[in-house]
Design a protein around this ligand. Sequence first.
Ligand code: B16
Ligand code: MG
Length: 217
Amino acid sequence: MSTVGFIFDLDGVIVDTAKYHYLAWKKLANQLNFDFTKEHNELFKGVSRKRCLEILLNLAEVEATHEQFDRWMIEKNIDYLAYIEKMDESEILPDVPEVLEYLLKKNIPIALGSASKNARAILEKVNLLHYFNTIVDGTNVIKAKPDPEVFIIAANQLGVATNKCIVFEDAVAGIQAANAAEMISIGIGDAQILSEADYNFKDFTEMGTTFLEKLIA
Ligand code: B16
Ligand code: MG
């Protein structure tokens, strides 16, 4: 059993897929005659697809049958996947490959802990899949963040004690999930929004290997 394990969220930590979620949700919102803005999209970060649609329908004050709801979920995902299809390595956020390479060289186990059901396909598109010892995503998890389930499953699959896991997250619900799992939480993004995190960095360029060494030690 390795002493420590690292768990990465996907959207907002490894790649910025929020912009594609935004475009796909906006298209659906237009059909519902609702003006979906970037501020609305902030509410969707780290939140499951189903919950996003529930929030959108509430905002738009639209009622849907089960069949309609399911159809909109599928339509949104088809539009989103069309954007994902065009992704490549240029979309990886700064210094992510360097951090993954550093951990790999030190034989530190790495997991993905994401709400997305498209996580594996995205990692394949940007050519990072091989770094991950395990992928825990929206296809394996019942309880969404801020529930710690996703990160606890990841720790178990890595064979690392939960209190020896370090989580990188860009969403408040994700930081809360990591804290609830008693893991070390690292906020990537706005430190004010992610104030519940144990540590904060704007992005990985700000972090440096000295900090990683300290965490591993
Ligand atoms: P999908 P993360 C999350 O990814 C996104 O932040 C969130 O906006 C999205 O609704 C969710 O994945 C589900 O994505 O529709 O692809 O299953 O931040 O948990 O990596
Ligand atoms: Mg995220």
